[in-house]
Design a protein around this ligand. Structure first.
Ligand SMILES: Nc1nc2c(ncn2[C@@H]2O[C@H](COP(=O)(O)OP(=O)(O)O)[C@@H](O)[C@H]2O)c(=O)[nH]1
Ligand SMILES: *[C@@H]1O[C@H](CO)[C@@H](O)[C@H](O)[C@H]1NC(C)=O
Ligand SMILES: *[C@@H]1O[C@H](CO)[C@@H](O)[C@H](O)[C@H]1NC(C)=O
Ligand SMILES: *[C@@H]1O[C@H](CO)[C@@H](O)[C@H](O)[C@H]1NC(C)=O
Ligand SMILES: *[C@@H]1O[C@H](CO)[C@@H](O)[C@H](O)[C@H]1NC(C)=O
Length: 465
């Protein structure tokens, strides 16, 4: 027995040593990262780093809202893996969306407009060549997204620190012959297929590109135009389908302020899985239309689950006393306390409170509606235990006053990034519901839905809401 014990000790000790080495390496990399960030404005920083290596790269031009940028990023990560190239991640725009433009124009806009916007707002107004960039807020990708899933998958990424036209020459020492451009002249110009025999439909794209043709290119840097759209990649092989889904689930918003503030709200809602969540998109015309549909689904989810348990309770059995006493509490904090007292103690352990009317279920609503208690008051009347971010004013204050949110905006006072984190906090809280109902066709809802599935896989919750 002694030798095997010795063996175990050896394993443990070498494991520990590896861990320490890894830790030191991570620390070192972190420091390195900080150095890179602090020298964003130092144009010469990278010029010496262009090494003679056979490493090859891909990159693309970002545009549109945050969720669309995220989809493009995930498409690019899958391509990086398929092509065994390092992905040069362009900056993320956390602010108002810029529009898709044909590659050459978009490339020029990205190189000039964000900077111009910080100098002179009028230079990026309507009718200028920079229209659409007045509220562009760049950030590094890792500042916003959790990229820890990439390394174990063998996906290499690096951050692009500015969008200058001479970037590849300056940083990678690339000459024109080292570059290959896959430009797009329309929003849906090319769809990329994962193998030649893939017969999936081209959908609304104009041109087909096979991955084999991209793999055959030997240029050092491959620059795509737009990579946005969930349909950009025609993936048929199970490993690529899996990869896309996996990245869509794992590459999550992980900004420290987002995590802290959403944990705060989740805790006050009784903890993860103690509430139902819903995403109600009201902003655009399209979404306004589906709002009723969303709530119809919430109603049916709430009541069908009660039915399943043979606990059908209709409005006549809803204790009027309970409702009255809840409605008399105007202050959201007091209301939340009262609602929490009605909820099942812990759905992870106990069954639903059999006397709880579905209308009294605790619900967290992520929404883009301004002042939802006023604009969506009918919903609050129907569901007295409905809460949203606006009911947590201290979270809002903390988020707004969080400092040094991004190396790109740290000199901005007040921080321009702060308010842009609200949607991310909404999404994070909603991901922790025991059930989630989203708004049809919203990419924002799709994100929450994937994250909610992930959460439920980690913490299986009894079938009822
Ligand atoms: N605070 C907050 N903002 C939201 C919410 N839903 C949508 N928004 C805003 O609306 C934008 C949605 O645009 P996008 O990300 O392209 O998703 P989609 O239009 O729903 O597919 C988000 O970036 C937010 O600014 C929400 O639940 N809470
Ligand atoms: C993938 O790229 C890396 C870095 O350039 C290289 O070292 C490696 O050999 C490549 N792998 C394959 C299978 O080509
Ligand atoms: C594509 O189809 C041809 C003919 O059916 C077959 O010989 C070939 O192996 C297939 N290639 C791939 C990558 O599936
Ligand atoms: C509601 O429940 C009560 C008591 O169980 C029953 O008498 C009544 O018919 C129900 N009403 C509806 C609309 O289902
Ligand atoms: C269940 O809900 C009722 C009100 O509907 C409440 O009186 C009771 O205390 C709750 N029970 C538990 C165990 O929370």
């Amino acid at each position: 027995m002694t030798p095997s014990l010795k063996f175990i000790w050896t394993i443990c000790l070498s494991g520990l040593a590896c861990f320490i080495l890894l830790f030191i390496k991570i620390q070192w990399q972190t420091t390195d990262f900080v150095i890179q960030i602090s020298s964003i404005h130092n144009n010469n920083y990278f010029s010496s780093s262009s090494s003679i290596s056979d490493e090859k790269f891909i990159t693309y031009l970002p545009h549109s809202g945050l969720h669309n940028q995220r989809i493009a990023l995930i498409n690019a990560m899958v391509l990086a893996k398929q092509l065994n190239r390092t992905l040069i991640m362009p900056e993320l725009n956390m602010g108002r969306a810029n529009y898709w433009r044909e590659s050459k124009k978009l490339e020029r806009q990205l190189s000039e407009c964000p900077l111009r916007a910080t100098i002179n707002k009028a230079a990026v107004g309507h009718g200028t060549s920079c229209s659409g960039y007045s509220r562009y807020v760049p950030s590094t990708v890792s500042n916003v997204f959790d990229l820890s899933a990439l390394a174990p998958l063998g996906i290499r990424v690096t951050q692009r620190y500015n969008m200058g036209l001479d970037y590849f020459e300056r940083v990678y020492g690339a000459s024109p012959s080292d570059m290959v451009y896959i430009r797009d002249s329309s929003r849906f110009s090319y769809r990329i297929y994962d193998h030649r025999n893939n017969t999936m439909d081209i959908k609304n794209f104009e041109q087909r590109i096979d991955i084999e043709d991209l793999q055959a290119r030997s240029e050092k840097i491959m620059v795509f135009g737009s990579l946005f759209s969930s349909f950009r990649l025609a993936l048929e092989k199970p490993e690529w389908v899996w990869l896309w889904d996996h990245l869509f689930t794992e590459v999550a918003f992980h900004h420290p302020t987002v995590i802290q503030q959403s944990l705060d709200i989740i805790g006050r809602l009784g903890g993860p899985g103690q509430f139902v969540s819903v995403h109600v998109r009201t902003g655009d015309g399209v979404f306004k239309h589906v709002m009723d549909q969303t709530f119809e689904q919430v109603r049916s989810r709430l009541s069908s689950n009660m039915d399943n348990n043979d606990l059908a309770v209709n409005d006549t059995t809803l204790s009027l006393d309970t409702l009255d006493s809840l409605e008399s509490i105007q202050d959201p904090t007091g209301r939340l306390d009262a609602c929490l007292r009605l909820q099942p103690l812990n759905p992870f352990i106990s069954k639903t409170n059999s006397t709880l009317n579905p209308r009294l279920r605790l619900i967290y609503m992520a929404t883009d509606a301004p002042d939802p208690r006023r604009t969506l008051h009918l919903l609050y009347t129907e569901f007295p235990c409905l809460f949203s971010l606006s009911d947590f004013p201290d979270v809002i204050t903390n988020t707004l006053s969080a400092t040094a949110l991004s190396p790109f905006v740290e000199d901005q006072q007040p921080s321009r990034l702060g308010p842009l984190l609200f949607p991310l906090i909404d999404a994070e809280v909603a991901s922790h519901g025991s059930a989630f109902v989203g708004t049809a066709k919203s990419t924002f809802s799709k994100y929450i839905s994937y994250r909610n599935n992930r959460f439920l896989n980690f913490y299986p919750i009894p079938k009822e809401l």
